[in-house]
Design a protein around this ligand. Structure first.
Ligand SMILES: *Cc1c(COP(=O)(O)O)cnc(C)c1O
Length: 428
């Protein structure tokens, strides 16, 4: 058994001063049982806890660490920038450089605005879509997460035609009555939602590779259909690429699938590990933002020089290296090894993967939407999670999260992970 005395002491202390001991609920081990460990250092593909244990990390700070932790170029950029001052609230040249780079890398983005989190990016993109179209309704999909904004915190209602119900206490029903929630990968549901809300749909927001209920993929033709039906109805197609942007391809999921959304949301990777979000797209829509247009959006720390420097270093490294080729190869190896390990152990596992994003579901049924994901065996996942942790492999502490590979993972890390999984699955 791993010794985690110091972590346990810190967690007891944290519980006194921080609700649940954590600053984001997914970090608590509620879905798998037990308590989180405390990290004092992360480097490359490893995290080091305060008791001297270390783990091969597949959480990657929930997505940003695509180059591994503490990448030397990002650390250097932050250091050099910090000594010039940590925030100005006045335009700085780094904002222009990273904006230009994002417009170059993501074809559909003609203009981009920075904010401080993925939540803010999605919230602002929705407001912009509504302001631009002068309509209220937003279509979102079951199981897709777009941050914790009131109007987006909605799970499945009883179908496309009913109003969504708030997913969280403290969100008045009136705040979500314009959010229409339907299942993913179901064109008929989209058609029905447009029919029921004719002339009122401001836009569709979608995770192009849903990664917040495990990982599942769009079926062939599904996004082309979404593109067509939004265009035909004068609605804005918003790709929430907070997770997929710069990960499943240098130009995001939209490049991988060949779809041109009207607006895109970013976060995670574009901050290089510092708090950043951004949204961008067609100039005609983006120019509706204040100070040019009537849609208000702002931020005291938006375009923060440290965050811009870290993000710029990360994106430049991704562009100037063979990162995505390498990530695809590592991902393919992990997938092959995991499927073999599950087969050998006689454990039914559906392993979904897109590049360096993956999720192994404990189920024998294909997983293509939230309802499928919900049918997986979560108790088995919890045992698997703890077994892997004992073997020195840190997976996200929930069946409904994506795993992330970084360029810092070695072939050896992948092999050790597969060997650990083979061992753990035999004992499930
Ligand atoms: C993480 C995430 C968000 C929210 O980003 P935060 O920075 O946590 O606010 C939004 N959309 C998607 C797809 C995400 O994965």
């Amino acid at each position: 058994m791993l010794v985690r005395t110091r972590s346990d002491e810190l967690f007891a202390e944290a519980l006194k001063y921080i609700p649940g001991g954590v600053n984001s609920p997914v970090r608590a081990f509620r879905a798998v049982g037990g308590q989180p460990f405390f990290v004092h250092k992360a480097e490359g593909a490893k995290v080091y806890d305060v008791d001297g244990n270390h783990y091969i990390d597949y959480v990657g700070t929930w997505g940003p660490a695509i180059l591994g932790h503490a990448h030397p170029k990002i650390i250097q950029a932050v250091r050099e920038t910090a000594v010039q001052g940590t925030s100005f609230g006045i335009p700085n040249p780094l904002e222009v450089r990273i904006a230009k780079l994002i417009c170059e890398l993501v074809e559909s983005v003609e203009k981009v605005r920075f904010c401080n989190s993925g939540t803010e990016a999605c919230m602002s993109a929705i407001r912009l879509a509504r302001g631009y179209t002068r309509r209220d309704k937003i279509i979102k999909f079951d199981g897709c997460y777009h941050g914790h904004t009131d109007s987006l915190l909605v799970k499945a209602g009883s179908g496309a035609l009913t109003f969504g119900h708030p997913d969280s206490a403290g969100v008045p029903a009136a705040f979500t009555e314009h959010t229409v929630v339907i299942p993913f990968n179901d064109p008929e549901a989209v058609k029905a939602a447009f029919a029921a809300n004719a002339g009122q749909v401001a836009g569709i927001i979608v995770e192009p590779v849903p990664g917040n209920a495990g990982v599942y993929l769009p079926e062939p033709g599904y996004f082309a259909f979404l593109r067509e039906i939004t265009a035909a109805n004068g609605s804005v197609l918003i790709f929430d690429e907070v997770m997929t942007g710069f990960r499943v391809g240098l130009g995001g999921a939209q490049e991988r699938f060949g779809i041109r959304p009207d607006l895109s949301c970013f976060g995670k990777i574009i901050g290089g590990g510092l708090p950043v979000g951004a949204f961008g797209g067609r100039a005609e829509i983006m120019d509706c933002l204040a100070p040019l247009g009537p849609v208000y959006q702002a931020g005291t720390l938006s375009g923060n020089p440290l965050a811009m420097a870290a993000g710029l270093a990360a994106l430049e490294e991704l562009r100037n290296s063979d990162a995505h080729v390498r990530l695809e190869a590592l991902g393919a190896n992990l997938e092959k090894g995991m499927k073999e390990a599950a087969r050998a152990a006689g454990v039914p596992v559906v392993f979904n993967r897109c590049g360096s994003m993956f999720c192994g579901f404990f189920t024998e049924h294909p997983v293509r939407n939230l309802a499928d994901a919900m049918r997986s065996d979560r108790e088995r996942f919890a045992r698997y999670f703890h077994g892997m942790l004992e073997q020195g492999v840190y997976l996200a502490p929930s069946q409904f999260e994506a795993g992330f590979i970084s360029t810092a993972h070695s072939e050896d890390d992948i092999e050790r992970t597969v060997a650990a999984a083979a061992l753990v699955m035999k004992a499930l």
